[in-house]
Ligand binder design. Structure first.
Ligand SMILES: C[S@@+](CC[C@H](N)C(=O)[O-])C[C@H]1O[C@@H](n2cnc3c(N)ncnc32)[C@H](O)[C@@H]1O
Length: 317
């Protein structure tokens, strides 16, 4: 986290823990330990999303490249993480001699460092221009691109699912302001499917997701001097097949009093009071087309995996 983000982290954590119901943003999951735990999640058999999207990226790269019509472009990625799937696109673009720069954005400085090592080692000549920060703070730094090259904006990994559908429309509309007419946006959506399949992806028996979610409390302990006792908290997951929302909670196992020393704050939790920590929204194909329209984009096409569990939807500004 940059020095600029530390006060934002503190402010958001306090206001989230004072809210009713208590709610923290999943963007704060990703410190060094959180990145490591997320990579373990991506490798779990239950977390089907990664393999589905890897298959899609391998298949759709030539078509994406063709749509860029041989013009130089910026490949901007929102929430790039370890970029492991995006490398399939980059590999194809390089083989096809495309002229492009890779501009990953991530709030995790650690994720950007790991990605930077990997990309510069594998493709030392590829212009690699990362921006560490929250999505729009980073996009502001990149600028509106009005006078610049074409943009292919990637928003993979079902990160869009971390917003409610209403907030996703507002978010994507705002992303559109950083694109010019004709620019392309490729967004990963996890599709509605068997509720048991969805639930298992966020509620694995090996405890990886629980450890990932509880790391948020450990991070608050580390960075704000709090004294959450992790053994008194339980990860809980729900999936509502009507709304399509999978939700993660951290639940107090009995009354808790937590001191946050650095902020001179004390937060009381009633027995079994929950903190909402993540939404992972699942979509139907019609909801995705509607979202494109609501966000001010022109729907181009969907790229799906063989199992039809996940899709990347391509829209034109
Ligand atoms: C679920 S991971 C997915 C990573 C990658 N897109 C993939 O599909 O493998 C989410 C990534 O987005 C980043 N992220 C989450 N919220 C963010 C925000 N508000 N601004 C910038 N990056 C964010 C996290 O740090 C993390 O690396």
């Amino acid at each position: 986290m940059s020095n600029l983000e530390q006060p934002i982290f503190a402010k958001e954590i306090i206001s989230g823990l004072r809210a009713r119901p208590k709610q923290l943003s999943s963007k704060w999951f990703y410190d060094e330990r959180g990145d490591e735990l997320f990579r373990e999640i991506m490798a779990m058999p239950e977390y089907y999303l990664t393999d589905c999207e890897r298959e899609i990226f391998q298949k759709c790269a030539p078509e994406l490249h063709a749509l860029l019509e041989g013009q130089p472009f910026d490949l901007i990625e929102l929430g790039a993480g370890d970029g492991s799937k995006t490398q399939h696109l980059i590999e194809h673009f390089i083989a096809a001699r495309a002229e492009f720069a890779y501009r990953p954005i991530d709030i995790s400085a650690h994720a950007i460092d790991i990605l930077g090592d990997l990309i510069t080692r594998r493709w030392p000549l590829l212009p690699f221009l990362p921006v560490q920060g929250d999505y729009f703070a980073a996009l502001d730094r990149i600028g509106s691109g009005r006078s610049g090259r074409r943009r292919l904006v990637l928003f993979p990994g079902a990160n869009v699912g971390n917003f409610s559908p209403e907030d996703a429309a507002v978010f994507l509309q705002r992303v559109g302001k950083f694109m010019r007419p004709g620019d392309l946006l490729l967004t990963g959506f996890d599709l509605k499917k068997s509720p048991a399949k969805v639930l298992a992806a966020y509620n694995d028996q090996t405890g990886h997701t629980a450890a990932f979610n509880l790391n948020l409390l450990a991070r608050i302990n580390r960075e704000l001097g709090a004294d959450f006792d992790l053994k008194n908290w339980q990860h809980w997951e729900t999936y509502d097949p009507i709304s399509g929302a999978a939700r993660s909670f951290i639940v107090a196992q009995g009354r808790q009093t937590v001191k946050i020393a650095d902020l001179e704050e004390t937060i009381e939790f009633e027995p079994f009071e929950a903190i909402g920590v993540e939404i992972s929204q699942k979509y139907s194909r019609s909801e995705i087309k509607q979202l494109a329209e609501d966000s001010g984009f022109h729907f181009v096409k969907n790229f799906e995996d063989e199992k039809e569990w996940f899709l990347d939807s391509l829209w034109r500004r």
